[in-house]
Design a protein around this ligand. Structure first.
Ligand code: AVJ
Length: 312
């Protein structure tokens, strides 16, 4: 029914140039993964989610279906549901149907994806108050939670894996101020060969997703990356417990961005993403350190993925 606008500012672009310049100025060049999701990047990510090698989305969906009643009981009917990185929202729909929240606050970095999702939800759930917020979780944002019904933060998709454990700790602590409960999707440690395949798909969609970041920087910031001179490179780093995605320079490059010049030697990399994998015990420990007392965990049959229910 009512779709309200709350804090709707184009956060998507604020700081893009600054973040890119800062990231390319470090000895280990890096770019924040949140900038993957322009319109083309969001489409590529939707394709990743359907790849045979990318078990993440299917495992989370299967386990959410399997444990939906328990998850809904945990969250409580009529709660205020706040979702970070709502994306395509198949899981959100499941949850909304089971939970009947009094308000649903989807928060997403992609204003485009957010608007489309909010429109679809308003159509499908005419009784639901949807309050979309454009933003990202790397800095605190004003979340329009009201007094009364408890706030529940839903953070699916293992997006939390983009954060270092230190950042994840800070994010969980911050969320404790907004919500009394959290439902967090976490990708689990597993055979590195399975992890490797998930980020090195045969069809090259993940490679296109990674390289699209340079295309976006060229288009939106007027840089002159020669995108064909970079190779997608993703590997599991077992001691850090994370997939690392890089773009490797195939030759030497000079990249211009406004008045800046960035040099890359052959073989030098731009680190574009970390995707942390946790054991159930590790993540429960992290949540406990961040001040969550209760921890419930639901997994899929194959133990690939976990959804945690955290109580402040
Ligand atoms: C959206 C951060 C969960 O880390 O698996 C997928 C992004 N990158 N393939 C992930 C991603 C390459 C994804 N997250």
């Amino acid at each position: 029914m009512a779709r309200e606008r709350a804090g709707a500012r184009p956060l998507e672009l604020s700081g893009f140039r600054e973040d890119v310049v800062a990231g390319l100025s470090h000895p280990q060049k890096s770019l924040p993964p949140k900038y993957f999701y322009d319109a083309a990047g969001s489409r590529l990510f939707a394709r990743i989610c359907r790849l045979p090698e990318y078990y993440v989305t299917r495992a989370e969906l299967a386990l959410t279906r399997r444990h939906l009643a328990a998850i809904a009981r945990f969250a409580g009917r009529g709660c205020q549901l706040i979702e970070y990185g709502s994306g395509e929202g198949i899981k959100s729909r499941l949850l909304i149907r089971a939970l009947r929240p009094s308000v649903y606050v989807p928060i997403d970095i992609s204003a485009h994806a957010l608007a489309a999702a909010a429109r679809g939800l308003a159509r499908e759930f005419p009784w639901l108050r949807v309050v979309p917020v454009a933003g990202d979780f790397s800095r605190p944002i004003d979340i329009p939670v009201r007094h009364g019904k408890p706030g529940v933060v839903y953070f699916p998709g293992s997006t939390i894996g983009n954060l270092t454990p230190e950042e994840a700790h800070a994010f969980l602590s911050m969320s404790r101020g907004v919500a009394t409960k959290m439902i967090v999707g976490v990708d689990l440690k597993k055979d590195p060969a399975v992890l490797h395949a998930a980020y090195n798909d045969k069809a090259g969609v993940t490679a296109a997703f990674n390289l699209n970041l340079l295309t976006r920087i060229n288009r939106e910031l007027g840089a002159d990356f020669d995108t064909r001179g970079f190779r997608h490179y993703a590997f599991y780093n077992p001691s850090a417990g994370r997939i690392e995605m890089h773009l490797v320079a195939l030759g030497s490059h000079t990249v211009r961005l406004g008045r800046h010049r960035f040099q890359l030697a052959e073989g030098e990399t731009i680190h574009t993403e970390n995707s942390y994998k946790y054991s159930p015990e590790q993540f429960a420990g992290l949540a406990a350190q961040a001040g969550f007392r209760g921890t419930r965990v639901w997994t899929d049959r194959r133990g690939l993925f976990a959804v945690f229910g955290l109580t402040a």
